[in-house]
Design a protein around this ligand. Structure first.
Ligand code: GTP
Ligand code: MG
Length: 418
């Protein structure tokens, strides 16, 4: 049963690379946190009356508590982000829904998605919406109201609506993947704003193309812009609506080769984001509509139009293959970009606190050496005095001896004269 499978932790998913790395780096920061707090306690113990650490020393180390706290907050929110782009009606929203195993985002003919929709995991078991910059939680029934171009509540096309969906309902969300749906690249003059606002922190881009036609200039232009602002973006190309090929089986292979060549050319020669060999693993021929249907059925959700075109299983396998390669790519990329930075900062903090401790240690040693030196000088002075005393005593003894001798001599003389 599909519902059961979705709810099981998928330990062999490549997303676990990210999940495990995140857990590990979280644990490391718990340790760094402890270490910093221990250092602060120690500093307090040797400051004040003890006079070894100055108030400035204590304050320096104390400042790291909030720094570590801030990094831990960022870490908690760290996620993998994938953004979907393509021309209107190519099936961006349908691809996302298929990946989420449910009809969450509005989709349909015509221009449907009219603003950016970001789907992310909700920590509670309820689904809700929030528009960017507002704290108000909206009922999820309004996804279509908010995100649908035909509905009354008109949002700016470059505004963002967060869709929080229960993590338990979807493996991708549970493993911290955030999916961003966009309006068609052909309906906006504001591509630069889009890129600046929503693309700079994306780990992976998915270009949803239409296999019934071909890659279009508007789509290509968008990704040319992306690759000027981001170095080596990870781009997948989905040739969607591949179910259309079932009606022209005699040309299927030729059309596929034609599309594939154009896509490889685009990624490897035009954008230069990967080699032609790597590009082959970034290009897929799928039917998002069929994939979504298959998954809705697996979960025993009511669906219409149960008839699927010839070859739907092959297309579904290719969709699953895409998901696996995508998961591998996004988790590796996110680990590299996000955690490398955190671990560098963690290392620096540990180093800085250590240096601060070393500083007070050195101060304390200096103080001790100074004391010992003082004692040594005192000791030397005492020895000198002692020596002098000995000499004086010896001299006095000699004198007294001589005096006694002379007195004895005189006495014996006197006695003998008598
Ligand atoms: P906008 O939001 O308007 O930019 O479009 P979109 O790219 O999000 O497309 P959407 O997912 O809304 O799909 C548009 C229409 O195409 C819908 O009616 C889908 O059911 C249909 N569609 C999506 N994918 C496929 C597919 O693989 N095959 C077929 N035959 N139809 C599809
Ligand atoms: Mg859409």
């Amino acid at each position: 049963n599909g519902a059961v499978r979705v709810n099981m932790p998928n330990v062999d998913s490549p997303l676990q690379i990210f999940v495990r790395a995140k857990k590990k780096i979280n644990d490391i920061f718990v340790e760094i946190d402890d270490y910093v707090k221990d250092a602060v306690t120690f500093m307090h113990a040797i400051s004040g009356d003890k006079g070894i650490a100055t108030p400035q020393d204590v304050a320096n180390v104390e400042a790291y508590i909030s720094k570590v706290q801030a990094i831990r907050e960022v870490l908690k929110r760290d996620h993998m982000k994938v953004a979907f782009f393509g021309r209107t009606s190519n099936g961006k929203s349908t691809v996302i829904n298929a990946m989420l195993h449910d009809k969450i985002l509005p989709s349909g003919i015509g221009h449907t998605t009219n603003c950016f929709l970001q789907v992310e995991g909700s920590d509670t078991d309820e689904a809700f919406l929030r528009t960017d910059g507002s704290e108000e939680k909206l009922n999820v029934q309004s996804v279509s109201q908010l995100g649908h171009a035909l509905c009354a509540s008109r949002l700016q096309e470059c505004s963002l609506v967060h869709v929080y969906w229960p993590r338990e309902l979807c493996a991708l969300l549970r493993d911290d993947v955030v999916l961003v749906d966009s309006p068609g690249v052909d309906v906006t003059p504001n591509l630069d704003t889009w890129i600046d606002q929503y693309c700079l922190d994306a780990d992976v881009f998915v270009l949803v193309a239409n296999a019934e036609s071909t890659l279009m200039v508007t789509e290509k232009n968008f990704f040319h812009k992306v690759s000027t602002k981001i170095s080596q973006p990870n781009i997948f190309i989905l040739n969607n609506r591949w179910d259309a090929s079932a009606s022209e089986p005699e040309y299927l292979e030729q059309v596929r080769t034609q599309h594939a060549n154009r896509c490889v050319d685009f990624l490897a020669s035009e954008l230069r984001v990967c080699t032609p060999k790597e590009a082959e693993d970034r290009i897929f021929f799928i039917s998002a509509k069929e994939a979504l249907l298959t998954r809705m059925r697996e979960r025993e959700k009511p669906v219409s139009s149960p008839i699927m075109a010839e070859g739907h299983q092959v297309r579904y396998f290719e969709f699953v293959d895409f998901e696996r390669k995508f998961e591998e790519c996004i988790s590796k990329s996110a680990v590299r970009t996000k955690f490398a930075q955190h671990s560098r900062r963690g290392k620096n903090i540990a180093g800085d606190v250590m240096a601060a401790l070393e500083l007070v240690y050195n101060n304390a040693t200096e103080q001790k050496t100074a004391k010992v030196e003082k004692q040594r000088i005192l000791h030397e002075q005492l020895s000198a005095v002692e020596e002098q005393l000995t000499t004086i005593t010896r001299q006095m003894k000699d004198k007294i001896n001589r005096m006694v001798e002379s007195v004895e001599h005189k006495v014996s003389l006197t006695l003998s004269q008598e």
